[in-house]
Design a protein around this ligand. Structure first.
Ligand SMILES: Cc1ncc(COP(=O)(O)O)c(C=O)c1O
Length: 438
């Protein structure tokens, strides 16, 4: 297959330097198991499960068959004032996977929509409770909650914000949990940093009872795998409880086994008021996202008159039948292959392998958490992000590896079907690429 240059010229890729990409495009034409294949059939090892989403590996026939069956049977059905069998079954399955008391599922189509949905539910919840002054949303520096206005505003990655002017008002941020001087080259969750949660007390002093919700990723993935310091999430929960602030865990990356458990909430034994999910829910095969909310939140929306709509929010494709069928098939694969438990095994292999890169050229820090790891490179003087970009631009592709590089940070998050040999091959590939850059 050749690439049609005119057609490629028409394509505007997200989060990509388009003008540099197009003369030397990296085309992924097919995928199976742990591998992508380029149009010439060359094999590329997928080190990031697509974009953190294809946890059961690519090309799962169980999922494509379920999708085909569903599209023949019920291609679309609205979920405004209707329901259909797949979405009903899926809501029950997801509620059962979430911590006790998180048992109501609102569907959307992506992680960004999930974040905005959760933030809107939080605002409407407080209004329903008669505390309409609670309109402030708190995120965290280096947090990522997608690219819609709500998620962007509570997000804490500067490049994702700076071009867009005034965003939501009434937003504040906790500090990042990352302190390289105290945490570098830690294996797993750092001992140092639980106290970063105390910044929420300061925000309460500043803003009084106007904070509606705090949203954090239990493990911050997109910014480069920042594991939570030991005790941090517990402390955040305590402070939220003390001041009646809703706690939202953005589990778009962490739900469905990435942490060796169904949710990060389960791994850390901290129950938020809402969990957002997306990505792994359909193994990446069909877009879907959602919010799992507590009974207390759902109950607050009860209307005096049953005929009244409780929440004026939703998307045409909320709970789309084809996505729901893909999700049900995906959850069966996760269950039948024990993939959440397998996440623990991969965590061990990855931790062992990735920390061997300490001392490789430009490596400034290495972190790992669950089946995820990141390697920070020393930035080029005066051009932060360029070294990482050079690594991704051709070196990894030439090396036969697909990985994500954000700024000067390389992220690894293989599918949960990975064998130890895949992980060794990934890390050896990173090592070779760094030596080539030297
Ligand atoms: C924690 C988190 N929230 C939200 C999102 C946004 O998801 P999407 O790209 O599906 O909108 C992501 C994407 O990586 C994410 O990691």
């Amino acid at each position: 297959m050749s690439t049609n240059a005119d057609a490629l010229a028409a394509l505007w890729l997200p989060f990509t330097p388009n003008r540099q990409f197009k003369p030397e495009p990296r085309i992924l034409a097919r995928a199976e198991g742990m591998f992508y294949y380029d149009p010439q059939g060359r094999e590329l090892l997928d080190g990031l499960a697509g974009l953190w989403c294809s946890l059961a590996g690519h090309g799962r026939k169980e999922i494509s068959s379920a999708v085909a069956k569903q599209i023949h049977e019920l291609d679309f059905a609205p979920t405004f004032q209707f329901a259909h069998p797949s979405v009903i079954e899926l809501a029950g399955r997801l509620a059962a996977m979430a911590p006790a008391n998180l048992d109501h599922v609102f569907f959307c189509n992506s992680g960004s929509e999930a974040a905005d949905t959760a933030l809107k539910i939080a605002l409407a919840y407080w209004r329903a409770k008669g505390q309409a002054q609670r309109t402030r949303l708190v995120g965290r520096v280096r947090g990522y909650h997608g690219t819609n206005f709500g998620g962007m505003s509570v997000g804490g990655i500067a490049n994702n914000r700076k071009a867009f002017g005034t965003m939501l008002g009434n937003v504040d941020h906790l500090p990042t949990t990352y302190d390289r001087a105290k945490q570098s080259f830690t294996k797993g969750d750092p001992e140092y940093g639980a106290h970063f949660a105390d910044a929420l007390e300061e925000l309460v002093m500043l803003h009084g009872d106007t904070i509606a919700a705090v949203i954090v990723e239990p493990m911050a993935g997109s910014t480069g795998v920042l594991p939570p310091p030991k005790g941090y999430l517990q402390r955040l929960r305590q402070i939220c409880d003390k001041h009646a602030i809703l706690l939202i865990f953005d589990e778009v990356i962490t739900m469905f086994g990435r942490m060796g458990t169904a949710t990060a909430a389960e791994r850390y034994q901290v129950t938020p008021d809402m969990i957002t999910f997306a990505k792994g829910v359909t193994n990446g095969a069909i877009p879907m996202g959602g919010v799992i909310a507590s009974k207390a939140i759902y109950d607050a929306f009860a209307q005096k008159d049953d005929w009244q709509i409780e929440l004026f929010h939703g998307y045409t494709y909320s709970g789309h039948p084809v996505a729901a069928a893909a999700a049900l098939a995906t959850l069966n694969v996760y269950r039948d292959e024990n993939l959440f438990e397998r996440g623990r095994l991969i965590e061990r292999w990855l931790e062992e392998a990735v920390h061997r890169l300490k001392g490789a050229p430009f490596v400034a820090d290495i972190r790992n958490c669950g089946a995820a790891a990141a390697i920070d490179l020393e930035p080029l003087t005066g051009a932060p992000g360029k070294r990482g970009h050079e690594a991704i631009r051709r070196a990894f592709f030439d090396e036969g590896i697909v990985l994500r590089v954000g700024g000067d940070t390389i992220a690894l998050g293989p599918a949960l079907i990975a064998e130890q040999s895949h992980i060794e091959r990934l890390v050896d590939g990173v090592d070779r690429v760094l030596r080539r850059l030297a």
